[in-house]
Design a protein around this ligand. Structure first.
Ligand code: ZN
Length: 367
């Protein structure tokens, strides 16, 4: 289904262009004498930062910021070896300061200072020489689950810019990827929370041939975000990285974002002895009924999967959220019919398109 053509007429003036809300990296400068990085964007940003070791790299992400130019890299000789800047994700600019081998930084001594919401100074301490591998995680817990251990860099509790052309409301510190998007929704813009289930040590259900629920969830969640952002919906993800996130934080993210809608993405499972069970089902608890029906209808139409219906269920994230909330079970990883399809990336794209269409139809008509 072609969302591009459908939506301008569907959603009319309710939605604004998300692109217009994106910020741009205006300027940056690294002062080698003072070990100081200055960053300026056109709209305010809430950076997030972490350290990775061997070699030591300080990674600074600017969510919601477009680079609008080719990636750049500056070689610096000395303990601080290089600075690289690239568009990391569609809407995140990433800056990486890399240290020479044998040097590291104390994450507690890296200071982020917001001069304005759109102007940040990152003050690095003097790099320290290491003789042994850095005990990553000794000072703070790892922030991402990956091959390399990363350590969060503490950021200011609150940023209260004295003056800014477009100050952002103060938000809690961006800790992990926490799903917070610092660009604010425009007035009247639909705010949708996408909640990819499970993550980190919890891969969700595991089915035929070792097919893991999280491996089905993430491609759909990311594609869904992209599709909806293109249609002007303001999307917040409860998690982007493969990390452990409890149910309560997922609800809190939705409440704090003042979300209009909440969509939790899962894949289903039953005993491995029941490969005969396949099909899609969408759950709601109360006000999510119309949204659940719209998504369920669109998935069944687009994929031809077995229709297990839109049903009421007492899932935590459905009961505790205050906005229309649904939980989509996109087929059974244990199902002989579903599992091969859920492995197919083209099928997962189709699934994301169907969910997007279900959401957009619901936004338009309320059913
Ligand atoms: Zn699940």
């Amino acid at each position: 289904m072609n969302l591009r053509i459908l939506v301008p007429t569907l959603l009319g003036s309710v939605l604004l262009s998300a692109a217009a809300e994106a910020s741009t990296l205006q300027n940056w400068r690294f002062d080698r004498n003072q070990n100081r990085l200055e960053i300026q964007t056109d709209i305010g940003v809430q950076p997030r930062a972490f350290l990775i070791f061997n070699p030591t790299r300080l990674v600074i992400d600017l969510p919601g910021v477009l680079l609008r130019r080719p990636k750049q890299s500056e070689d610096l000789d000395g303990a601080i070896r290089s600075l690289r800047i690239a568009q990391f994700e569609r809407q995140t600019t990433r800056m990486v300061i890399e240290l020479a081998p044998g040097y590291t930084l104390d994450p507690q001594k890296i200071k982020f200072r917001g001069v304005f919401a759109n102007q940040w100074i990152v003050q690095l301490p003097e790099p320290e020489q290491t003789t042994e591998p850095v005990a990553a995680g000794a000072t703070s817990p790892p922030t991402t689950v990956s091959a390399q251990t990363a350590v969060a860099v503490p950021l200011p509790e609150k940023l209260r810019p004295p003056l800014s052309v477009r100050p952002l409301p103060v938000r809690p510190p961006a800790t992990l990827s926490g799903g917070r998007d610092p660009v604010q929704p425009a007035r009247g813009q639909v705010v949708l929370v996408i909640d990819p289930g499970h993550g980190g040590p919890d891969p969700g259900a595991v089915g035929i041939g070792g097919l893991r629920e999280v491996d089905v969830i993430m491609p759909v969640a990311f594609h869904l975000r992209e599709l909806l952002q293109k249609q002007g919906i303001y999307v917040v993800m409860t998690r982007e990285d493969d990390l452990d996130l409890g149910l309560e934080p997922r609800v809190q993210i939705a409440e704090r974002a003042n979300a209009s809608l909440f969509v939790s993405i899962h894949a289903n499972a039953i005993s491995m002895a029941r490969p005969d069970v396949s099909g899609v089902e969408t759950f709601y608890f109360s006000s999510g009924k119309g949204l659940a029906q719209s998504i369920q209808r669109n998935i069944v139409q687009a994929t031809g999967m077995r229709d297990r219906g839109a049903k009421r269920a007492r899932f935590y994230v459905l009961q505790r959220t205050s906005m229309p909330a649904v939980l989509v079970e996109m087929g059974f990883v244990t199902g002989a019919e579903d599992a091969p399809r859920l492995r197919d990336s083209e099928f997962l794209k189709k699934m994301a398109e169907a969910i997007a269409q279900g959401i957009l139809e619901y936004v338009r008509t309320g059913e």
